[in-house]
Design a protein around this ligand. Structure first.
Ligand code: T4K
Length: 384
């Protein structure tokens, strides 16, 4: 008989550096009395991240959503922006906060990213851009999206909140599109508690993004655009500097955990792991299961509820679909007929506990609970 875990097992736990090392960096911040506004730690982190992500230009922000809002501003988008409904609230909200209209295109069933065929169907005279999401770190069809963008003269923003370190055939994920956004939230593999970044290849964008990030202030006499406060402070940048050193070992631990899930759930009909195809370096951000209720015999929602009884807190990312939010559900593109794949997938996916500090024995037990849930149902059916 399996017993509940004595303490809650969450979907993730933040990567945290050695506290003593963190104190050392904080002492330097105290000594300098420089807390924010492009300080030395901030500059150092920008340089190190630029190198790590292998990109030309990078600008750190205080969170991923502010960074996305700034990206939309920097590209001077207008009218409608085509995006995916299968994402976190921040993606369409960043469009809407710029007083533009998010238009939802459907997703692909294989890797859950926006479907280029559906994008094309939604292009109108008002469309100015595509905001695509490398959801769960799975890369979008960047080649097809680039082709569509060129053909229709559209800008492309990639939301890579989940794709820190993803590569496509050796090309870093930040190289695609006009601007790519990363999130450094506590729940992300690389975190600064709250934080994010924009990366891009065009030098002209650097000036406007830096301006937008700092209220639009050019100098002490001139404020030349309506900017925002998107700056990261020195305390968080210090955390980032130390966490960046831990990424290599965290990735190894996560790869082992992924292997354990794969091994333990192998052959379990109706359950599959969302996996990157060959040629893709996985960000190892989430461990996502897809549950085919007809084959497994039990729905995703029942599994989610049953695991909770054992103190295992999985997440139904990204339920509900953004197209079902009150603020967007009346849009024509939000209709269920327009988004058949997204509406199906959103009932099938479950994000499992996944972080470096998770013990292998705990992963095995989580998988055993999952399998036992199925057994319980089979027995109850027999008894009825
Ligand atoms: N685009 C996409 C595609 C995104 O997924 C996100 C963020 C963004 C844009 C925007 O980036 P940011 O502006 O956030 O930088 C979480 C995160 O808050 C959010 O950053 C993330 N996506 C989203 C997918 O997940 P919640 O509402 O699920 O967070 P919460 O508080 O329920 O945390 C999940 C679990 O993590 C907890 O059950 C326990 C654990 N946890 C969490 C925190 C905050 C910890 O152990 N320690 C912590 O400090 O949104």
């Amino acid at each position: 008989m399996l017993k509940p875990f004595p303490k809650p097992i969450y979907v993730t736990r933040p990567l945290l550096p050695n506290l003593h090392e963190f104190h050392k960096l904080l002492s330097e911040v105290w000594e300098s009395q420089w807390l924010t506004n492009n300080g030395p730690k901030h500059q150092q982190l920008e340089n190190e991240l630029r190198e790590y992500l292998k990109v030309k230009y990078l600008s750190i922000f205080n969170n991923g959503m502010t960074a996305l809002i700034a990206a939309v501003q920097a590209l001077e988008l207008t009218g409608e922006v085509i995006t995916t409904p299968f994402t976190f609230a921040a993606t369409p909200h960043a469009i809407y906060w710029n007083r533009l209209k998010p238009v939802f295109a459907d997703i692909k069933s294989d890797n859950l990213t926006i479907d280029p065929l559906s994008i094309e169907k939604h292009i109108t005279k008002k469309t100015s851009a595509i905001l695509a999401v490398h959801v769960f770190g799975q890369p979008c069809d960047v080649v097809a999206i680039d082709k569509i963008a060129k053909k229709h003269k559209l800008k492309v923003i990639y939301d890579a909140a989940h794709a820190f370190g993803t590569e496509i055939k050796g090309v870093p994920i930040g190289k695609f599109g006009d601007i790519t956004m990363f999130s450094f939230h506590a729940t992300k593999l690389f975190n600064t508690a709250e934080g994010g970044a924009l990366v891009f290849n065009n030098s002209k964008l650097k000036k406007s993004i830096e301006l937008i990030k700092n209220f639009g202030i050019k100098n002490e006499r001139e404020v030349i655009v309506s900017g925002i406060n998107g700056k990261m402070n020195e305390l968080q940048a210090s955390l980032g500097l130390l966490n960046l050193r831990e990424i290599k070992s965290e990735r190894i631990k996560r790869q082992n955990i992924r292997n354990t899930y794969a091994r333990e759930l192998k052959g379990e009909a109706g359950i599959s792991l969302l996996e990157s195809p060959s040629g893709i370096v996985d960000s190892l951000q989430y461990l996502v299961l897809r549950i085919d209720e007809k084959v497994f015999g039990i729905s995703r929602d029942v599994i989610y509820r049953e695991l909770k009884k054992y103190n295992v807190f999985t997440r139904k990312y990204f339920y509900p679909l953004c197209s079902d939010y009150n603020c967007y559900k009346t849009f024509p593109s939000s209709s269920k007929n327009n988004l058949p794949v997204a509406n199906k997938v959103v009932k099938e996916v479950l994000s499992m506990p996944f972080y470096g500090a998770l013990k292998e024995t705990d992963v095995i037990k989580i998988c055993d609970i999952l399998k036992s849930v199925k057994e319980l149902r089979i027995n109850s059916k027999r008894n009825n």
